[in-house]
Design a protein around this ligand. Structure first.
Ligand SMILES: [Zn+2]
Length: 289
C-alpha cells in the first residue's frame, strides 16, 4: 500500500483515487469552454474519472455518465416529500471565478508541477499536496495589473459531504488567501460513484464572496406569511384540496401526478403548511448574490 494515503486529510485514499495518467497529462488550462462560463463547470462536473477500486459504479453509474444539469435547483417529488437539489455546476459558477488572473496563475503553477517527471504518474491529490508543501518557503507573489498579490494556503480544507448540503455532486476544497483578504478555492468535483473516490482535476478559482461560499442548502420561504423552512415536506394530500388559480398554470405544478418527477424550483410554488397558500418558493444564492 502506498505511503501517500489520504495525503491532505480529505478522507480519500490513494487506492480509491485512480486517475488515467494520460488524462492528467492532457489536462491544462483549457480556454474552451471559457473559464468564466457555466459550461466550464459543467464540463468539470462531468470529467471522466474512471473507475475506483471500491465503488459501486458498475451498478449505480457514475456522475460523469449523466447529462449535465440545466436547472439551478431541482425539486424532486417523492410521496409526501419534496427534495431540493442544487446543481453543483451552477452553484460553482455563481460563487467561484475561475477566470481571475491570480487564480489562473496559481493553477498554472500547480499544473506545471503535476506534469513534471516526478509527478506525471502521481494522482491529483498527491500533486496538490506536494504543490502546497512548496508554500512552506513563503507566499507566492504575483503582480496583476499593477497590484502585488501574496498568496498562502490556509488551514481550511474539507469535503462538503461532511456537512449538511443539497448539492447534486459534492466537492472537496482547499482555501488560499492573499494579502488583500481575498480567498481562493482549490476545488475537485466528485464525478464518480462512491464518495471515497472519483474526483476531478483541481481547479483554482477566486471566491466571489466568502460568506455565501458556505450557502450549501436550499431553503423554502413563504411569501405570504413570511415563514421559512430548511426541510421541505410540503407536498401532501392537502395539495389535492387546494384551489388552483387557472390564470397561473405554474402554480398547478405541485399536483399528485408529480410523484417521481422533477421540477424547476424557479418555476413552481409549493403549498405552505402554515397559511395554506400556494406561495412557497425555494431559494439559494445559486440564483445570484
Ligand atoms: Zn405561508
Amino acid at each position: 500500500m502506498s505511503q501517500t494515503q489520504d495525503p491532505i486529510g480529505w478522507g480519500i485514499s490513494k487506492a480509491a483515487q485512480i486517475h488515467a495518467d494520460a488524462a492528467k497529462v492532457q489536462a491544462s488550462l483549457p480556454d474552451d469552454p471559457a473559464r468564466d462560463s457555466l459550461e466550464f463547470w459543467q464540463v468539470l462536473s462531468r470529467e471522466n474519472t474512471g473507475i475506483s477500486l471500491c465503488d459501486s459504479g458498475m451498478i449505480y453509474g457514475y456522475e460523469y455518465q449523466k447529462p449535465p444539469r440545466s436547472i439551478p435547483i431541482s425539486l424532486e417529488f417523492w410521496g409526501n416529500e419534496v427534495m431540493a437539489s442544487i446543481s453543483t455546476a451552477h452553484w460553482l459558477e455563481t460563487h467561484c471565478d475561475a477566470s481571475d488572473p491570480v487564480a489562473v496563475a496559481l493553477e498554472t503553477e500547480l499544473m506545471a508541477l503535476a506534469k513534471d517527471p516526478e509527478h506525471e504518474r502521481e494522482n491529483w491529490f498527491t500533486c496538490v499536496h506536494d504543490w502546497l508543501q512548496t508554500f512552506s518557503n513563503g507566499p507566492r507573489s504575483f503582480t496583476v495589473e499593477g497590484a502585488d498579490y501574496e498568496v498562502l494556503p490556509t488551514e481550511e480544507r474539507d469535503n462538503v459531504y461532511n456537512r449538511e448540503n443539497d448539492f447534486s455532486q459534492v466537492f472537496v476544497y482547499e482555501l488560499l488567501q492573499d494579502n488583500w483578504d481575498q480567498s481562493y478555492a482549490l476545488i475537485h468535483v466528485h464525478t464518480g460513484c462512491d464518495v471515497r473516490g472519483g474526483y476531478s482535476r483541481p481547479v483554482i478559482a477566486k471566491i466571489v464572496d466568502l460568506d455565501y461560499f458556505y450557502d450549501w442548502t436550499a431553503d423554502a420561504y413563504c411569501h405570504n406569511c413570511d415563514q421559512s423552512w430548511e426541510m421541505l415536506y410540503f407536498y401532501s394530500e392537502a395539495l389535492a384540496k387546494i384551489e388552483l388559480n387557472d390564470d397561473d398554470p405554474e402554480s398547478q405544478v405541485a399536483g399528485i401526478e408529480l410523484d417521481g418527477k422533477t421540477a424547476d424550483a424557479e418555476r413552481c410554488m409549493l403549498l405552505c403548511p402554515n397559511c395554506g397558500q400556494n406561495t412557497v418558493g425555494v431559494h439559494n444564492s445559486v440564483y445570484g448574490i
